[in-house]
Design a binder for this molecule. Structure first.
Ligand code: ADP
Ligand code: MG
Length: 406
């Protein structure tokens, strides 16, 4: 910039235009070429974009994520707690001969008491009022279940994979488990001392906004994939209800992580949306990790974007705002660049060569043009503040605004 100004000055001096003229040219070029608008272009758009997103309950942890979310082309959705409410209710309690449903619930509730998983909460709600025995040695295996020792016997609650890893005998209840799973319920065996003694089945309704969120992603040309640790019957049912074409069931946390990596190898820009501890490795690996409202602390910590309202349509809205911000940044850079491209030759004395001498001696004009360029970049960035993502309807927008005021 300084070199250009000095060069212009020297050229006019050599051309014999005198010191005053040449210095005026140099000052004009210096003023015009000052890259304020260029410097403002990106940060301003990001600040305004972040503000717009915050009104919808979308919090970006870094500015880079806001830009990154504009280029997402694949979204991986966790099922439980993301596509569904994550507030399952116990629908069936099955017990082996000689036991009561209450006993199964008491044992399961004791094992689940320290778990943060949504099915644990469902068991605890159902076991309210029962006398829950004490436990020792609690452990939780993400994507599988929980285990502890109750009255000296190892007690476990979890899916079939968990029972297999514990070498628990489930043969007496296998058929019931399969039957309940086929009806679209999430089932857990309750095992004690190495034998399954009961089954607890839960059902978790799909969020009513999920189909619309998937349609919005589709409209944006973003493909949605659902991945879950739940069984394939439940998963294909939820996929049908929401219109998700591609899904994977029985996935461990490690499988979710691998799914993200596989897509990234294919040069896809992946956003992972999840709520649980089991989603955290994938949330951290994804180009953009999105934790939904009410997610566990670990998921919120691993994510790049945190949603403050539990309307899943906020996911496409966050990506729309990302795209709008990237568009705003590009427009701003163009505006800042075009000012310099047009005005630097003018300040350097081009009008003089074209016979319009009166336009040359005007550093004030240069200053005004400079201010205009900064103003136009600012005005363009502020337009982002009025951006309305089409994925979120007016009503919930108002609701989230009220929530943010409260
Ligand atoms: P999702 O991927 O849908 O969020 P998870 O990976 O958390 O599901 O869990 C997968 C499956 O593992 C559940 O459907 C359930 O059968 C079993 N599971 C996980 N955590 C628990 C728990 N605390 N108690 C019982 N079963 C559990
Ligand atoms: Mg989940």
């Amino acid at each position: 910039m300084i070199l250009t100004a000095v060069a212009c000055c020297l050229i006019w001096l050599i051309a014999g235009k005198g010191l005053s003229f040449s210095l005026t040219v140099m000052v004009s070029v210096l003023i015009i070429a000052c890259p304020c608008a260029l410097g403002l272009a990106t940060p301003l758009a990001i600040i305004v974009g972040t503000g717009t997103a915050a009104r919808y309950g979308i919090l970006y942890k870094t500015a880079a994520v806001l830009e990154g979310s504009g280029s997402v082309d694949t979204v991986i959705l966790d099922k439980t707690g993301t596509v569904t409410y994550g507030r399952p209710e116990v629908t069936d309690v099955v017990c082996a001969d000689g036991l009561t449903e209450d006993r199964i619930l008491e044992l399961a509730a004791s094992a689940e008491a320290e778990s943060q998983h949504p099915v644990a909460a469902a068991v605890m709600r159902r076991a309210e009022g029962l006398s829950i025995p004490g436990r020792t040695g609690f452990r939780s295996v993400p994507g599988e279940g929980v285990a502890c020792t109750i009255d000296g016997l190892e007690t476990a609650v979890g899916n079939r994979r968990f029972m297999e890893s514990l070498h628990a005998d489930t043969s007496g209840l296998d058929r019931t488990y399969d039957g309940l799973s086929a009806s679209g319920r999430t089932c857990m065996f309750v095992a004690r001392g190495g034998t399954a003694i009961g089954i607890i089945a839960v059902s978790d309704p799909v969020r009513p906004e999920s189909p619309e969120a998937v349609r919005s992603l589709d409209r944006m040309g973003i493909s949605a994939v659902m991945i879950t640790g739940d069984n394939s019957h439940v998963t294909s049912r939820v996929a049908d209800e929401t219109g998700i074409a591609e899904f994977r069931a029985d996935a461990l946390p490690q499988d979710k992580l691998e799914a993200v990596k596989e897509l990234q190898v294919l040069q896809r820009n992946v956003a992972m949306v999840g709520d649980g501890i089991n989603d955290s490795p994938a949330l951290a690996q994804a180009n953009v990790g999105i934790a939904v409202a009410g997610g566990t602390d670990i998921a919120v910590g691993a994510a790049d974007i945190v949603l403050m309202n539990d309307d899943i349509r906020t996911v496409p809205a966050a990506l729309e705002i990302g795209r709008a911000t990237v568009r705003g940044i590009r427009q701003n850079l163009f505006l800042a660049f075009i000012y310099n491209a047009v005005c630097v030759p003018v300040a350097a004395g081009l009008p003089y060569l074209l016979g319009m001498a009166e336009f040359t001696h005007m550093p004030m004009l240069a200053a005004a043009a400079m201010a205009c360029s900064s103003l136009s970049v600012t005005a363009n960035a502020l337009r982002l503040g009025r951006f309305r993502p089409s994925s979120v309807p007016e009503m919930s927008r108002r609701a989230s605004r009220t929530a943010s005021r409260a």
